[in-house]
Design a protein around this ligand. Structure first.
Ligand code: DAH
Length: 345
């Protein structure tokens, strides 16, 4: 029986040694220490032994049981630690590894241009304001000296929305940012120096140089003693900031109903440097903005006395600028969401 106990212990320890996962421990316990195990059988059979032998073998058998139980506890502890260690090594974070690159994205070329234009004017003391895309006929036309039958309405292919029954006022998508001149002057008293970037809309077929939605930046300065020289100085400075000191700038008369006198500013063609080419329709010049001294009637309409105050206004298209700079020959590229195009800027 002694030998049997020894063998049984050896065998059990051997099997325990082969258990490599926590899950295996319970079945080992049932097999080696459970009710039907060889060890339990030995312990049960003690009763039939003579007293002396019972004592001796009993003590040994109990010793075997205790030692196997403590081996089990030890193994359990070992496997638990092992489990934790391997879990930790799997979960470990190596903070010295280079990070996953996060695609940073970029600003749309038109947004970049808007930011650049705004920063040139804010550096000259202008504030930035924004206004509604859906506008009333009054602000888009009437208050700007363009009454219902005025031929200047033909300059703007307008997208009409509806009209309000009670007032008879028509609602439209603004065709230019100029209505914000009126909105600003209704709220603020001079001195005013304001620029307004924003979207405008025209009912036009799209082609390489026309879109039904595009961006403009409007400018307005109202104060005492503002003259045409201020208008010219500010806009020449702006053109030189944006296109470089050497670029020639042309300043000529033009007509817009809400300014008097009206002007148009053009820069020397970036492609042929004034010689004449397809880009500038063989004129050597590229028009970039309209401007003028705010018409006295416009000032009167917003209760600003034209005898005391004067001012200038200007408005420019935005897409034209990156098109000239980067040689983009189709305005539709800006709004067709092609990443291959957009990622170049
Ligand atoms: N709003 C005009 C347009 O879209 C541009 C313009 C011309 C704006 C003269 C002005 C200005 O403020 O004074 O064609």
């Amino acid at each position: 029986m002694l030998k049997q106990l020894e063998e049984l212990q050896l065998e059990a320890l051997n099997e325990l040694g082969q258990v490599s996962e926590l899950k295996g421990l319970e079945s080992w316990r049932v097999r080696c220490l459970g009710k039907r195990s060889k060890l339990t059988q030995v312990l049960r059979s003690l009763a039939s032994l003579p007293l002396e032998e019972r004592k001796k073998i009993g003590a040994l058998a109990n010793g075997t049981k205790v030692s196997l139980e403590s081996s089990l506890a030890e193994k359990k502890k070992f496997l638990e630690e092992d489990h934790l260690a391997s879990f930790l090594s799997r979960e470990r974070l190596d903070i010295t590894l280079p990070g996953q690159p996060i695609p940073a994205g970029r600003l749309h070329p038109v947004t970049q241009t808007l930011e650049e234009i705004c920063s040139i004017f804010t550096s000259m003391g202008f504030q930035v304001a924004e206004g509604p895309d859906v506008e009333w006929d009054y602000y888009n036309f009437e208050a700007l000296n363009i009454p219902p039958q005025h031929p200047a309405r033909d300059m703007f292919a307008t997208l009409w929305i509806d009209y309000e029954e009670t007032t008879g006022q028509a609602r439209l998508l603004r065709t230019h940012t100029s209505p914000m001149q009126i909105r600003v002057m209704e709220k603020e008293r001079p001195p005013i120096r304001m620029i307004v970037p924003g979207r405008v809309y025209r009912y036009e077929a799209t082609d390489a140089t026309h879109e039904s939605m595009f961006y403009q930046v409007e400018g307005l300065a109202i104060d005492m003693n503002i003259t045409l020289a201020d208008l010219k100085g500010i806009l020449f400075e702006f053109c030189h900031c944006l296109f470089g000191e050497e670029r020639k700038v042309r300043f000529r008369c033009d007509y817009f109903p809400f300014v008097e006198p009206g002007a148009e500013i053009a820069i020397e063609c970036s492609s042929c440097h004034g010689a004449g080419c397809r880009l500038c329709s063989y004129s050597g010049w590229l028009e970039i903005l309209g401007a003028g001294m705010v018409h006295p009637d416009v000032l009167r309409r917003v209760d600003i006395d034209p005898e005391v105050y004067s001012g200038f206004a200007f408005g420019m298209g935005v897409e034209r600028i990156p098109m000239l700079r980067y040689g983009i020959d189709d305005i539709r590229l800006f709004y067709s969401n092609d990443l291959r195009f957009l990622k170049q800027f």
